[in-house]
Design a protein around this ligand. Structure first.
Ligand SMILES: [Zn+2]
Length: 145
């Protein structure tokens, strides 16, 4: 299996939430997605993730707001200070999976991309969890106190 050697990093506008990403594919090979749910449309989300990759999220603990809706299976990470939507996480047993919002994190390697439009409105909750297992990035989250 390919090692995740392509690294990307970004942070919200003020820097309270940052993400370090490592993917097996380079930026141009990565699928960049533009989810068509009501939340992502409002945000103009442009997300990336890879099941074979790795992500490390670092947040200032007192600057994190989380938002859940719909199936309540993911938590959307929003900076309390600057208001940027940085990405989303889902707990899967002992593991944490995430997507990165390359737009909110200001990751330049993806900034020129047009997201593939994704509509997941008709998914059942088990299907939704399954899809994320196949696409989202195994993640570690660190809280700075
Ligand atoms: Zn911020």
């Amino acid at each position: 299996m390919n090692e995740p050697t392509h690294t990307f990093s970004g942070h919200c506008h003020c820097g309270a939430i940052s993400m370090e990403l490592a993917f097996t594919q380079d930026a141009e090979e990565m699928q960049v997605r533009s989810c068509q749910c009501d939340f992502c449309i409002r945000q103009g989300s442009l997300t990336v993730s890879e099941a074979a990759g790795r992500a490390v999220i670092t947040v200032e603990a007192d600057q994190l707001t989380t938002h859940s809706f719909g199936s309540q299976t993911a938590q959307f990470l929003i900076c309390s200070r600057c208001g940027v939507y940085a990405g989303a996480i889902m707990a899967d047993g002992d593991e944490l999976l995430s997507i990165a919002n390359a737009r909110g994190l200001g990751i330049e390697a993806f900034s020129h991309r047009l997201g593939t439009q994704m509509t997941h409105d008709d998914e059942t909750t088990p299907d939704r969890i399954d899809r994320r297992r196949q696409r989202w990035t195994p993640t570690e989250i660190n809280f700075k106190l």
